[in-house]
Design a protein around this ligand. Structure first.
Ligand code: GDP
Ligand code: MG
Length: 356
């Protein structure tokens, strides 16, 4: 089994040994930024005519929950190996450590701790610690472990040869798994990793609950803020409405005032026109009456004149008649022509009356 932090070179180590998976593919690396190995995978290779199984594992990290999932996967692989005791012998573990890392960080310590719990004190003799990434580090410090130079197949093979030369062993976890209830919880490593995983799961659940509460609080706050904004918007809108209503009323009032003034002015104008018209009418009526009066007076005068002329004519006719009568009377007195004169007088008087 290969163990070690992500990027410590486990998959590369398998490649150096020519390990292939069930599909005939060699393990892949993605440049070390992130592990490409997410599940423990078994690779097969040959060494000195023997078939060797290499269990490549993902590195443990700082998440106990992820570690638990990884551990469960590894343990189930090791259990299968333990069950096939006759065919598969477990020879040991190669723990790889990136020598360029100056710190032996938490995840490596965790990996080592889990590894130790998995192996147990007896199988620890079958654990080899290999240091990798020598080209990245010019350090002169003495390695206490086996140095695995970059791409050095011989060293990799010698490590495997070394392990294969040792008597097969069973990791503690494998021994424990063979005893009922055959569960990971019942193994030493399980007893360490599972409570940690559970604690982390609880912590994560608590964190999630807190995040949920925080999200709810934020949502409530946001909703309150939105409600506040809605109220302010409504208030602003109502104020705006009130202002425009007042403006409209003022404008209307102004217009009404203007209209009333114009109406008043027009009324005054009409009144003046009516008065002027009435005055004109009155003057015309007076003029007419005056003319009427003048006509009547003239008529009166003419009638009086006519009457006077008539009277004068009658008087003149009377005078002439009297004269004629007088002259006829005189003549009658002179020569007995009385009937003829009388007829003449009658004729003249009759003519005079006809003239009238
Ligand atoms: N410089 C150097 N790079 C290495 C060595 N071993 C692996 N690498 C590179 O480190 C990266 C991670 O290697 P990988 O085998 O995927 O690590 P794993 O995550 O432990 O499987 C890859 O880009 C490898 O090519 C080594 O000994 N020296
Ligand atoms: Mg890998």
């Amino acid at each position: 089994m290969l163990a070690g932090k992500t990027g410590s070179g486990k998959s590369s180590f398998v490649r150096m040994l020519g390990g292939l998976d069930v599909n005939g593919n060699e393990p892949v690396s993605d440049g070390g930024l992130e592990s490409c190995t997410t599940k423990p995978t078994t690779y097969v290779t040959r060494y000195n005519g023997r078939t060797v199984l290499l269990l490549d594992t993902p590195g443990f990290d700082d998440s106990a929950l992820d570690n638990l999932a990884i551990l469960t996967d590894i343990v189930s692989n090791l259990y299968i190996w333990a069950l096939q005791d006759k065919e598969i012998h477990t020879h040991g573990v190669v723990f790889l450590h990136d020598i360029s890392e100056t710190r032996f960080g938490g995840s490596q310590q965790k990996t080592l701790q889990l590894l130790k719990s998995m192996c147990g004190p007896e199988a620890m003799g079958n654990v080899i610690i290999g240091t990798t990434m020598w080209s990245d580090n010019g350090t002169k410090r003495q390695a206490q472990t086996i140095r695995v130079p970059d791409g050095d197949e011989d060293v990799a093979k010698s490590i495997i040869g070394d392990l294969l030369a040792r008597p097969p062993t069973k990791l503690l976890v494998q021994t424990e798994l063979l005893i009922p209830p055959h569960t990971c919880e019942a193994t030493t490593v399980g007893r360490i990793a599972i409570p940690e995983g559970k604690r982390e799961a609880e912590r994560l659940a608590k964190e999630m609950e807190e995040q949920k509460l925080e999200a709810e609080r934020l949502a409530k706050e946001k909703e309150e803020q939105r409600e506040k904004e809605r109220v302010e918007d409504r208030k602003r809108y109502e104020e705006e409405q009130e202002r425009s209503r007042k403006e409209m009323e003022d404008r209307l009032e102004e217009e009404q005032k203007k209209n009333a003034e114009e109406r008043e002015k027009r009324e005054e104008e009409h009144q003046r026109e009516r008065e002027e018209y009435a005055e004109k009418q009155r003057k015309e009526r007076e003029e007419y009456q005056r003319k009427q009066e003048e006509d009547r007076e003239r008529y009166e005068r003419e009638r009086a004149e006519d009457r006077r002329r008539q009277d004068e004519a009658i008087a003149a006719a009377n005078r002439r008649a009297e004269e004629a009568i007088r002259r006829a009377q005189e003549e009658l007195d002179d020569d007995g022509w009385c009937p003829i004169i009388f007829r003449l007088v009658t004729m003249i008087v009759g003519k005079a009356l006809g003239v009238l």
